[in-house]
Write a new protein. Structure first.
Ligand code: 13P
Length: 287
């Protein structure tokens, strides 16, 4: 069943959990993520990042995301992750995406406000929610392993977050408080007090990017302080690769690719399920 961003965030607030937002740029990830959510009976966000256009174009994978979301037995949001321009945002909305992120975090503040507010206006016309971003995170949505350290100087300022949310009308806010995209080179040091201040000042749910590689305790503490959506990608597709490797190591007679794709799907589903089990109260079934 296809639902909107606000519905998913309301579920997270009601259940004091965070919703998993998993990047699904390949069909294996898409099927695996829905399978994991259905097994746990929890809502999920299926996301396509603009930087993943080189893996699959939104115009190719997007219709599959929307169609599988509609047919899933659990509520699914279909979301643009790190949208870089308004044209891309419109493309997703036209395909039936119910949620978009406009990432203006590298723009000067005023331009970020203007562009994000415009995204909110466009998305309103489709009944879709918008995630904005303030504060810069290192790494990228391609699991870039070169930059696995957060820069405290670039953390989100709660007072600026308040202004940003008031002026843009975003549904939720991605913020920088110690996570990075991709693999960590050093143990992450998350600023939980900052998450609490951001939630209080911004007045909307906080989104954690860079969900791979954190401990269960770190997820739980962030959720306790107000994180309601956690983006997850690198570890899921790394698990897929490990699953494919295991198959090839153990079965020298494999000679067609679909067998490898199936092994990857299974491994991704199992990894995403373990992540979800931690961030949802999995005892709570979807109403
Ligand atoms: P990871 O790849 O670190 O899990 O981060 C994913 C993400 O934040 C996508 O926006």
């Amino acid at each position: 069943m296809l639902i909107g961003l606000k519905d998913a965030l309301d579920y997270a607030e009601d259940h004091q959990c965070a919703i998993a937002a998993v990047n699904t740029p390949i069909f294996e990830s898409l099927v695996a993520t829905i399978r994991a959510a259905e097994q746990l009976n929890v809502p999920v966000i299926l996301a396509h990042a603009q930087s993943h256009e080189k893996i699959n174009r939104i115009t190719d994978i997007g219709p599959a995301m929307v169609s599988l979301a509609e047919r899933a037995s659990v509520p699914c949001v279909v979301h643009i992750d790190h949208g870089e321009d308004l044209h891309y945002i419109r493309t997703g909305l036209e395909l039936g995406f119910t949620s978009v992120m406009l990432d203006g975090s590298r723009m000067p503040f005023e331009r970020n406000v203007e562009t994000t507010a415009e995204a909110v206006q466009i998305a309103d016309g489709y009944g879709a929610g918008v995630e904005g971003e303030l504060g810069v995170m290192t790494g990228n949505e391609n699991g870039d392993p070169d930059q696995g350290v957060a820069d405290e100087a670039l953390y989100t300022d709660p007072a600026v977050a308040k202004q940003f949310v008031e002026r843009t009308g975003v549904t939720c806010l991605a913020a920088s408080f110690g996570t990075v995209h991709g693999l960590y080179h050093r143990e992450p040091k998350l600023n939980f007090d900052l998450v609490r201040s951001l939630r209080r000042e911004a007045g909307v749910p906080i989104v954690m990017h860079g969900g791979s590689g954190l401990s269960n305790e770190e997820y739980r503490r962030c959720i306790a302080e107000g994180v309601r959506k956690i983006n997850y990608y690198t570890y899921s597709v790394k698990a897929g690769l490990d699953g494919a490797r295991r198959l090839l190591d153990q079965h020298s007679d494999v000679f067609v690719y679909p067998d490898v794709a199936s092994a990857a799907t299974e491994a991704i589903a199992s990894n995403v399920k373990a992540f979800m089990t931690c961030i949802y109260d999995a005892d709570q079934a979807v109403a």
